[in-house]
Design a protein around this ligand. Structure first.
Ligand code: XIL
Length: 350
């Protein structure tokens, strides 16, 4: 094989191939990133609580460095994110009296935030995750929205609509996404579908849906993935796979967090074979949807530094152990030394 080629070349007629980066990985892994990827997402550095930690402070340095790196190497940039209940700017939700802020005040601050961040990177960031994870993750169809302070203050989901409208005003050219995990599970899938249909019907400017894709060896099934993609495509929206990883340690849905460190057998040949097969299955499907899928982004560069390693084997949505337990997830296409894994060759060779 031609080792100067990267994922971006193998998939050039299909979609962008991206990776989550930080101000450190753009230095330590720069050669690999430049060779393999043509899109980047800031893993943390553009999140509201990180970039705008108090009302009068913006931390631009790391985000600026990532944007400059990407521009220098002609890499596309997707923005992540403008509204999330985690890594949130808590000050935004506190009023002058120290109690919960009014809806009017929160709207004013949200607008100011969205305008400031989007304006700074206008023309450089081609799409934004405007709202992240606003749907309830439970298997209860009756609970539609995640119970957060945002939902409480607005007494409903109006903050979602507002964020998209502000984002569209701030940069009418940017593609605007709703981003979510566990989107392929039946109950949650229907809730997401209902939200997106409602946004469209109300004329809210939304262009696409991001599937985080924190997946595992047995999730999603082919049918689950296809059904979820079909629904979004049926609404005339674009899709991106925004945070792909495939952990070798699936935890059953709803299982409690481990209290003792799980036994780690490592990346055994059997687990490796199953991961290769899963990755191949996934990319066969993604290729089949290339008309609708604009980018596929991996969440971290290599198995050396996956965000999953400290979650006791859990993925997004799983209960987190009280004390972090290292259980290596080996979820990516590059190994702990940054070398291409068998799964890499399985996804590019067809
Ligand atoms: C994660 C980062 O990878 C971690 O470094 C951080 O501690 C927590 O957030 N869904 C998302 C991402 O949308 O922003 C999350 O990223 C992973 C789950």
């Amino acid at each position: 094989a031609d080792l100067s080629k990267g994922l971006k070349d193998y998939f050039k007629n299909d979609f962008f191939v991206g990776v989550a980066v930080g101000s450190r990985s753009i230095r330590t892994d720069s050669a690999l990133i430049i060779r393999e990827f043509n899109s980047v997402t800031a893993e943390n550095d553009m999140k509201v609580g990180v970039i705008h930690p108090t009302e009068n402070t913006y931390n631009w340095k790391n985000a600026d460095d990532i944007v400059a790196f990407a521009e220098r190497h002609k890499i596309n940039i997707r923005g992540h994110n403008l509204l999330w209940h985690q890594q949130n700017a808590e000050w935004m939700l506190v009023g002058p009296d120290g109690k919960q802020a009014s809806k009017e005040l929160v709207l004013k601050r949200l607008k100011e935030h969205i305008f400031t961040v989007m304006n700074r990177y206008k023309g450089k960031i081609y799409c934004w995750d405007v709202v992240n994870e606003a749907i309830d993750d439970s298997q209860d169809p009756a609970v539609m929205y995640r119970k957060t302070k945002w939902l409480e203050i607005f007494n409903g989901p109006e903050f979602i609509d507002a964020a998209f409208r502000f984002a569209h005003e701030a940069d009418p050219k940017a593609k605007l996404y709703y981003n979510e995990f566990n989107s392929e599970r039946e109950v949650k899938r229907e809730k997401i579908f209902k939200l997106i249909k409602r946004l469209k019907a109300d004329g809210v400017p939304i262009d696409g849906v991001g599937f985080q894709a924190h997946w595992s060896l047995d999730y999603p099934t082919v049918t689950q993935l296809r059904t979820a993609l079909d629904q979004i495509v049926s609404l005339g929206l674009e899709v991106q796979i925004t945070e792909l990883d495939v952990t070798i340690h699936p935890r059953p849905l709803g299982a409690p967090a481990p209290t003792t460190p799980p036994v780690d057998a490592g990346f055994t040949p059997d687990l490796e074979a199953r991961q290769v097969a899963k990755y191949k299955e996934i990319f066969d499907i993604l290729r089949a949807y290339k008309k609708n899928i604009k980018a596929v982004t991996f969440w971290n560069v290599s198995d050396r530094g996956s965000w999953l390693d400290s979650r006791g084997g859990g993925s997004a949505g799983d209960a987190k152990p009280a004390t972090p337990m290292i259980l290596k997830a080996y979820p990516l296409l590059f190994d702990v030394n940054g070398q291409r894994k068998k799964a890499y060759w399985a996804v590019v060779n067809n």
